[in-house]
Ligand binder design. Structure first.
Ligand code: CP
Length: 331
């Protein structure tokens, strides 16, 4: 693996290797080995053209826990506001020596261009591009599903598909969601059955070609499918207004039809868990009851994101050996 640009780039073997390595990373953290020497002397650049809390901080934490040097770049307050291009920004950061570039960009395809245009010699990791892809989010979601519904070690069945047979409902603003696109691909690769649940206005054109079923009725999906997990999506109002579109259905209609509340939570199977990539619109796609319930693993998703991103950086920059060294550097 030279870059991580899309969940579609990962076959079962790649995905399971990342999840297993994340498990090893989490185990070292649980043993209070806070810092591994694995990436000492390597530089990771976080290149963020779009706002982020979880992804940016967890990539920074992951890189530091592997002893890498970290350069954080945010478009706000940089020469991007004077009109500097992605190419010139990337060349400038390359001049400072980047072994990996973690990029978030509002334009779908920007990480692909960065990886293939020769503007950096480093490994490129897509931290979210437009409405296109967010592969490390899908990996941390798969890791969280595996921990709760399968077991830390995965299934290890003959197919190698760690989430084989799990039923996952992905609910909400699918149209604007790179999280949904990445998850549909990765969950399919890992053997899960995905149902997308959304109002017709928030379903993308061409969804028939995705490896997922589509429903417009959340209550029916909960009653009939009995999902093992529901993944609530953020309603991306900023992308609706920038596209010149309004919010339809209205927020009230949306919440009635597609919001996860205490009633719908009670209707889920006892073992079912609730995921949300964050940031949440409390009271819109998810009620406070649901967000704060014991079934919600939303805060744990954030913690798992550090282990998964450590695994991705480790596998991209330190090669293929299966087990990370656990030599303690400092606590
Ligand atoms: N899940 C996610 O990408 O959150 P941030 O926008 O805070 O990084």
């Amino acid at each position: 693996m030279r870059h991580l640009l899309s969940a579609a780039d990962l076959d079962v073997r790649d995905a399971v290797r990342i999840l297993d390595t994340a498990g090893q990373m989490a185990a070292t953290q649980a043993r209070e080995i806070k810092k591994l020497p694995t990436l000492r002397g390597r530089t990771v650049v976080n290149l963020f053209f779009e706002d982020s809390t979880r992804t940016r901080i967890s990539f920074e934490t992951a890189a530091k826990r592997l002893s890498a040097d970290v350069i954080n770049f945010s478009a706000k307050g940089s020469s991007v506001s004077k009109g500097e291009s992605l190419k010139d920004t990337a060349l400038t950061l390359q001049a400072m020596g980047a072994d990996a570039v973690v990029i978030r960009h509002q334009s779908s395809g920007a990480p692909h261009t960065l990886a293939h245009a020769g503007w950096t010699n480093g490994a490129v990791v897509n931290a979210g591009d437009g409405t296109h892809q967010h592969p490390t989010q899908a990996l941390l979601d798969a890791y969280t599903l595996r921990r709760h519904l399968v077991g830390d070690g995965g299934r290890s069945d003959v197919s190698g598909q760690d989430l084989a047979g799990l039923r996952v409902a992905i609910v909400g603003d699918v149209l604007h969601s790179r999280v949904a696109r990445s998850n549909v691909q990765l969950l399919h690769t890992l053997g899960a059955h995905v149902t997308l649940v959304a109002p017709p206005t928030l379903v993308p054109v061409g969804v028939e070609a995705w490896p997922a079923r589509v429903s417009y009725h959340l209550d029916e999906v909960i009653a009939d499918d009995k999902p093992d997990a529901v993944m609530m999506l953020r309603v991306q109002r900023e992308r609706m207004s920038s596209a010149g579109g309004g919010f339809f259905p209205s927020p009230l209609e949306y919440t009635r039809g597609f919001g996860l509340d205490a009633r719908r939570l009670d209707a889920l199977p006892d073992h079912a868990i609730v995921l949300h990539p964050g940031p949440m619109n409390r009271g819109l796609e998810i009620s406070a009851d649901a967000a704060d319930s014991p079934r919600a693993v939303i805060v744990e998703q954030v913690a798992n994101g550090v282990a998964v991103r450590m695994a991705v950086l480790y596998l991209l920059l330190a090669g293929e050996s299966p087990a990370p060294t656990t030599t303690k550097v400092d606590a």
